[in-house]
Design a protein around this ligand. Structure first.
Ligand SMILES: NC(=O)c1ccc[n+]([C@@H]2O[C@H](COP(=O)([O-])OP(=O)(O)OC[C@H]3O[C@@H](n4cnc5c(N)ncnc54)[C@H](OP(=O)(O)O)[C@@H]3O)[C@@H](O)[C@H]2O)c1
Length: 261
């Protein structure tokens, strides 16, 4: 067994991470495991969760996998109860599960618009509401919403996704205001393009390959790069740690320098 706790920044903490089967959520799970947190991991599919589990198996932490759809409010309630019955508490909630649908506004089908809102906004609402109950009992908690730069400014061919991420930033700010005196911080991470499966969907809007969109987006950044999931995960470790105790209501951009505001 490798000693997981290179600095133990999240030792004795329990984190619930949604969308932990692939991409950014998986990287956050790995980094949290490295820092000693016990993990309750959700994604829609058991098989992707199992892959994540394999990657963290070398760390001396407890892990439970829970395949489920965050759109299902009753299912979310059961999931949170299960997490509490296994670990007794939730210190950190990472609302990461999200989907992207590309296209021009006039062409969007109601179903696609609805799917994006149901996962990215209502899913966040369900999970946060049930987890919050337990955080409020202990007057302690850290909530991290994975939003996007699409929640800060316009983005081409992404109107439902962009609207959903603006909504998430609004929720982040309002919740931070309501919970400021109850030991609970709420922040959003706003990545630019991150090298995950999701980029394929953006590439389709332009009718180009994943490699071509990565090149196109990189050229628009000061650092001539797109972001790796690990880099987002490092920020999620920081926001979950005691070092960030006084940071709340923020929506922090990590995009290699695309828009400076
Ligand atoms: N990639 C980017 O460029 C980028 C940029 C900014 C923000 N973000 C945001 O970062 C988050 C993660 O994105 P990603 O690129 O890592 O995505 P990804 O590679 O497509 O992975 C998405 C994860 O979310 C899970 N998921 C999707 N719908 C779900 C649902 N209804 N219920 C529960 N889990 C669900 C998936 O489950 P399965 O594994 O079972 O499929 C998967 O594990 C999203 O909120 C996204 O909007 C991404």
């Amino acid at each position: 067994m490798e000693n997981s706790n290179n600095s133990g920044r999240l030792e004795k903490k329990v984190a619930l991470i949604t969308g932990a089967g692939r991409g950014i959520g998986r990287s956050i799970a790995i980094k949290y495991a490295q820092q000693g947190a016990d993990l309750f991991l959700c994604a829609t599919r058991q098989e992707t969760l199992r892959e994540t589990e394999k990657l963290i198996s070398k760390y001396e932490i407890k892990t439970e996998l829970y395949p489920m759809d965050v759109r299902n409010r009753k299912g979310v309630e059961k999931m949170v109860q299960q997490s509490i019955s296994t670990f007794g508490k939730i210190d950190i909630l990472v609302n990461n599960a999200g989907i992207h649908r590309g296209g021009l506004f006039q062409d969007f089908k109601l179903k696609d618009f609805d799917d994006v809102m149901q996962v990215n906004v209502y899913g966040n609402f369900h999970v946060t509401q049930f987890v919050l109950k337990y955080m409020l009992e202990r007057n302690s908690g850290k909530i991290i919403n994975i939003a996007s730069t699409a929640g800060k400014w316009p983005s081409y061919g992404q109107s439902p996704y962009n609207a959903s991420k603006h909504a998430l930033i609004g929720l982040t700010r309002c919740l931070a205001l309501e919970l400021g005196q109850q030991g609970i911080t709420v922040n959003a991470i706003c990545p630019g393009f991150v090298n995950t499966d999701m980029v394929n969907d953006s590439a389709k809007v332009y009718g180009i390959s994943k490699e071509q969109i990565i090149e196109m987006v990189s050229q628009k950044t000061a650092m001539n790069k797109i972001i790796q999931p690990d880099e987002v995960a490092d920020l999620a470790v920081y926001l979950a740690s005691d070092d960030a105790n006084s940071i709340t209501g923020q929506s922090i951009v990590i995009d290699g320098g695309m828009v400076f505001v």
